[in-house]
Design a protein around this ligand. Structure first.
Ligand code: HEM
Length: 418
């Protein structure tokens, strides 16, 4: 469907807008002629500002003095009037409490601390890709990608293997993005079950600490005070919220994109591009988190207009990552793109805590695909998620062409394969 000339008729709160339209012309028009666009109110929800240029998105991400995340940081919570975890969960906390909590968590997120986790990401990804390629056909979303981020976060948090499937299913309901028909009550119940689950795990780790993030949080202090159980539980959950679906959607998008760009797949296969460079372009191209948002705490001026204190401001990564002022030929998928300072992980004080981990996951996936498969084709209709925040696929039927030599070498390396 094409986009009407009047941009104010495009409803960014409605997930169907993203499913049914090609929004390229819309974003181009906003970037060129309306860099500060007032999105009209929809139903009972208030209107909000739409920021589409890369430079503005960066500047506003950075500005946590005049803009706050404590009234919500995505459209759903901003329009509903706030986030119940504000001031306690990292992403919706500002000022000194945010800095203190982030400093505690950063200890667990340094590349060095993450080494055992990233080693397991590579093992797990290789195993899943080898199994899928050997089977020939699979749903790449549910058979492969779905099992990587949740296992990674579970490794990080120290969630026992037996509980992981249960958590994954709860999380799918909690985000309510896979199914259009799912009720808000189901999502709320699932979120509460996740919080209850972590409550128990925190109590266990307080009593008997191990090497995981829950133990770290349970035994850290801020200004001499231990973190409350509630803060720990909410922040465990925030790692799942932040790290599961975003990474999963990036990997799934990579497979779909390569099937549409065989020349770029060949570059990857032939090792004519580094995995690092390919990872960055895959992340720019996918931009799984389309927007984040803030509320203004004071009046501020932008493009000769006033954003008033109390207004909702949305920052569109999906547009900023295609800004022709910053990216040459932004609508070209180019694994050798350099520079590639995409904004997929945000910017400034709330810059993604899991960016390194997200990159490792995508990097491991590209490495496994190029090693064990000579190519692949999409064999059925991809299934889109239903969301005004995240974009991507939750179903992608794929047929792989195996690299027999690489599979044989893998078997040899594995030792005991039948
Ligand atoms: C923050 C994207 C992976 C945990 C953010 C933000 C973005 C983002 C754009 C900024 C939010 C804001 O400014 O309001 C992504 C993408 C990922 C990814 C695209 C994967 C491709 C992860 C992973 C984890 C994680 C793997 C953890 C295991 C977080 C947390 C925050 C955050 C805790 C809040 C940081 C803060 O407020 O200080 N992410 N993320 N993310 N992300 Fe990620």
């Amino acid at each position: 469907m094409s986009i009407p000339d009047d941009v104010s008729t495009v409803d960014l709160t409605d997930p169907r807008t993203f499913e049914e339209n090609d929004l390229r012309a819309y974003w181009r028009q906003l970037r060129t002629t309306r860099p500060l666009h007032w999105h009209p109110p929809t139903g009972d929800a208030p209107g909000f500002w739409v920021i589409s240029r890369y430079a503005d998105v960066m500047a506003l991400y950075k500005d946590n003095k005049r803009l706050t995340s404590e009234k919500g940081n995505v459209l759903v919570t901003l329009l509903a009037g706030g986030d119940s975890a504000a001031g306690r969960m990292l992403a919706v906390t500002d000022g000194a409490p945010h800095r203190n909590l982030r400093n505690v968590l950063l200890k667990a997120f340094s590349p060095q601390a993450l080494k055992p986790i990233t080693d397991r990401v590579r093992e797990n990804t290789t195993r899943l890709v080898v199994e899928a390629v050997r089977r020939g056909e699979c749903d790449f979303a549910t058979d492969v990608a779905e099992h990587i981020p949740m296992n990674t976060i579970s490794d990080l948090l120290g969630v026992p293997t037996a509980d992981r499937e249960f958590l994954l299913n709860l999380n799918k309901s909690a985000l309510s993005s896979n199914e259009e028909g799912q009720s808000a009550t189901d999502a709320w119940l699932a979120r509460n079950e996740i919080l209850l689950y972590f409550n128990e795990l925190v109590a266990e780790r307080r009593a008997k600490p191990t090497e995981d993030v829950i133990s770290l949080l349970a035994n850290s202090t801020v200004n001499g005070e231990p973190l409350s159980e509630e803060v720990i539980v909410l922040n465990c959950y925030s790692l799942i919220l932040g790290g599961d679906e975003t990474s999963r959607l990036s990997m799934i998008d990579a497979v779909r994109t390569f099937s549409e760009h065989p020349d770029q797949w060949q570059l990857l296969r032939d090792r004519e591009v580094t995995l690092e460079s390919a990872t960055e372009e895959v992340l720019r191209w996918a931009t799984p988190a389309m927007h984040f948002g803030r509320r203004a705490v004071t009046d501020l001026e932008l493009h000769d207009q006033v954003i008033a204190a109390g207004d909702i401001v949305t920052l569109w990564n999906s547009s900023a990552n295609r800004d022709e002022e910053v990216f040459a030929d932004p609508y070209v998928f180019d694994l050798n793109r350099s520079p590639n300072k995409h904004i997929t992980f945000g910017y400034g004080p709330h810059f993604c805590l899991g960016a390194y981990l997200g990159r490792v996951e995508v990097n491991a996936m590209l490495d496994a695909l190029r090693t064990y498969s000579t190519g692949f084709e999409i064999t059925g209709e991809p299934q889109r998620i239903h969301s005004n925040f995240l974009t991507g696929l939750c179903g992608l039927p794929v047929r792989f062409q195996p690299d027999e030599a690489a599979l044989a070498a893998h078997d040899g390396g594995d030792g005991a394969r039948a």
